[in-house]
Design a binder for this molecule. Structure first.
Ligand code: PYC
Length: 319
């Protein structure tokens, strides 16, 4: 039986944050109930995954796009709830997506400048919409869990790095440091893919994002290349990845509480990050990430029952 796909038109608002796109589903989504957001992701995954695929995969979307299902919050005093998803599944949090969501809520007239709490599957995130249009988010508590892990990756050799949580799981590579040139994207993608495969087959099946680093080139402290789950790379500096980076810098004593860290992305956009200590003993920090999003489209998605690719182009749809 072909997978079910959405029937009524779906209202979506697209934006990009530092070059990385977000598609907010404002209406037409399946009913996921009113439970905690972590439980609602399970319902989404188990019963409505066809909706995710139809909205995010080609021909309506692409591998790069991150979806943000706007829902009623479960936690009190929140302006909205959100579930992030992409071409291969679901994300705990998404920094660039949260900045895109707040910008979209402002575009819809649902929030104004000031502070707003947003409910996510991994906890409540506080976001400040500035008069400039920029957004600062206080991400979920972040921490480094492993320092200086060494693995041997076929075709690459010895790879060293740290494991950290920033709302998603990251391996932050400290060595080697390949040139982070845009022209090198395919090599960087293959390298990060192989590092992830080695980690996932061995000690760290939970790690789904790989972060490579080089020196800043546009005034930032550092430039990164982030491989997202699947094979797309983040055009933005990755909000959860920058949170993981801040956790490592804090744990190493390389950045002081409140000091600014400018993280550049592979396309040259930047996020400004800083942190507050939650617990110095365990290394837990509260990261604050600032960036800016721009709305690119406010439109409806149609799903024609006669369209052979209405459910999205996935391996099983290819003839
Ligand atoms: O900004 O946290 C982020 C993110 C995760 C995946 C893509 N962007």
């Amino acid at each position: 039986m072909p997978p079910a796909f959405p029937n009524p038109p779906i209202h979506v608002i697209d934006s990009h944050t530092g070059g990385e796109p977000t598609r907010v589903v404002a209406s037409g989504a399946p009913d996921l109930g009113s439970g905690p957001l972590a439980a609602r992701v399970g319902i989404f995954r188990d019963f409505h995954d066809a909706f995710r695929r139809a909205v995010i995969l080609e021909p309506r979307g692409s591998d790069v796009l991150v979806g943000a299902l706007l829902c009623e919050p479960h936690e009190p005093d929140c302006a909205a709830g959100v579930i992030f998803f992409n071409n291969v599944g679901y994300l705990g949090m998404c920094g660039h997506g949260l900045i895109g969501l707040v910008t979209t809520l402002s575009h819809l007239g649902r929030v104004g400048t000031g502070t707003h709490r947003i409910d996510t599957p991994v906890g409540v995130v506080e976001a400040v919409l500035h008069p400039s249009g920029g957004v600062s988010l206080t991400n979920v508590p972040s921490r480094r869990t492993v320092k200086d892990l060494t693995i041997v990756v076929p075709g690459i050799g010895e790879v060293r790095g740290d494991v950290a949580w920033g709302g998603n799981w990251f391996f932050l590579v400290t060595s080697p440091k390949p040139p982070l040139d845009f022209g090198n994207i395919h090599r960087l993608t293959a390298m990060a893919r192989d590092i992830r495969a080695e980690l996932n087959a061995g000690p760290h099946p939970e790690i789904d994002h790989i972060e490579l680093f080089g020196p800043g080139r546009a005034g930032g402290h550092s430039r990164n290349f982030v491989l997202c789950p699947g094979l797309a790379y983040d055009r933005s500096p990755c909000g959860t990845g920058t949170s993981a980076k801040l956790a490592c810098l804090a744990a190493d004593g390389a950045l002081a509480e409140g000091e600014e860290w400018i993280q550049e992305s592979i396309v040259g956009s930047d996020f400004r990050g800083r942190f507050r200590w939650i617990d110095r003993e365990s290394g837990e920090i509260s990261p604050i990430i600032t960036g800016k999003a721009f709305v690119t489209a406010d439109t409806r998605l149609f799903f024609d029952q006669a369209d052979p690719f209405a459910a999205g182009i996935a391996p099983e749809a290819i003839i």
